[in-house]
Design a protein around this ligand. Structure first.
Ligand code: BV8
Length: 248
């Protein structure tokens, strides 16, 4: 395990923190083999930008294409395993008296790694709901139709994710915002910090006087604002940071 020289004030802040928020994006799942949202699309989807597929308009215009894009991603997520970055975030939670994980990810890998206090800001690709009613649908008759139809109302089924132009789940975002305004330390891990309103959470934490730490192999629009920019991949940086803060 490479030894990083983490700044002592950062390690002290971790050891003494009582209230922490971690905001994650697709980069945390990259080392699990789940393409990030802005990775170049491959195969069937090479000609499409995610932002052009992850919208209600795209679904209305071409429901089969959008449904199959999500079915492909859902299958990939099903084969993925949590990586050391996910496990390190779950360990961080166990060490904090008060902790919230606000994830933009829709793959459910944080929960599989043992994270408990999680809000999914953008939904979860493994859940399905009715496009008309907006309510969850757990099962439907096997069909070759794509998308399948709601067994209750006959409308199209869709993934239970938040598309561009759609509101985030109100309660989840309110919890994440309140925690960001209360915390002493906020980590922004594996996110390009481009998509709002999730990208505003670190700024709310900064305005409330929290330490903000960013973990990313690349700089982002947030980088100039943070207290510490830990340049590297989360699967390496986060385990090393925990080991440095709590060597025993
Ligand atoms: C909203 C679920 C109010 C679906 C996603 C015009 C009209 C309407 C809205 C807007 C508009 N203009 C702007 C907006 C707001 C819009 C927005 O922010 N757009 C951006 C593009 C400018 N936001 C919305 O629409 C939101 N709703 O505003 O509602 C409203 C309503 C109506 C009208 C107006 C306003 C809804 C946003 C949610 C969209 N859904 N996902 C799906 O997954 O298919 S967002 C999508 O992007 C993913 O969820 C992803 O999480 C998110 C952010 O991307 P990242 O997670 O950051 O991933 P990305 O690939 O970008 O970056 C990866 C990062 O990881 C990189 O920095 C990379 O360096 C790093 N990395 C790579 N490897 C590693 C790593 N880091 C660490 N370790 C590694 N190994």
């Amino acid at each position: 395990m490479p030894v990083f020289g983490f700044p002592e004030p950062l390690l002290d802040a971790l050891r003494t923190a009582r209230r922490m928020v971690v905001l994650t994006g697709a980069g945390v799942s990259a080392e699990s083999g789940v393409p990030t949202f802005r990775d170049a699309q491959t195969g069937l989807w090479a000609n499409f930008k995610p932002e052009d597929l992850a919208t209600p308009g795209a679904f209305r215009r071409n429901p089969r294409l959008v449904w199959e894009w999500y079915a492909t991603r859902r299958a990939r997520v099903g084969e993925a395993q949590p990586n050391p970055g996910h496990f390190a975030i779950a360990e961080l939670e166990r060490r904090m008296p008060e902790f919230l994980l606000a994830t933009q990810n829709v793959d459910g890998l944080h929960q599989r790694a043992g994270s408990r206090n999680v809000v999914e800001l953008h939904g979860n690709i493994t859940r399905t709901k009715c496009f008309e009613e907006g309510t969850a649908v757990e099962s439907w008759p096997a069909t070759a139709e794509a998308p399948p139809h709601c067994p209750r109302c006959g409308g199209w089924l869709r993934p239970d994710v938040v598309w561009f132009g759609e509101m985030l789940p109100e309660e989840e975002f309110a919890r994440a915002l309140a925690a960001s305004r209360r915390c002493e330390v906020l980590f922004s891990v594996g996110t390009s910090a481009l998509v709002h309103p999730a990208a505003s959470l670190p700024l709310d934490a900064l305005d409330a006087g929290a330490w903000v730490v960013e973990v990313n192999p690349q700089r982002t629009p947030l980088t100039p604002r943070v207290d510490y920019f830990l340049e590297g991949v989360s699967g390496v940086i986060l385990p090393a940071l925990l080991k440095a803060a709590w060597p025993a």
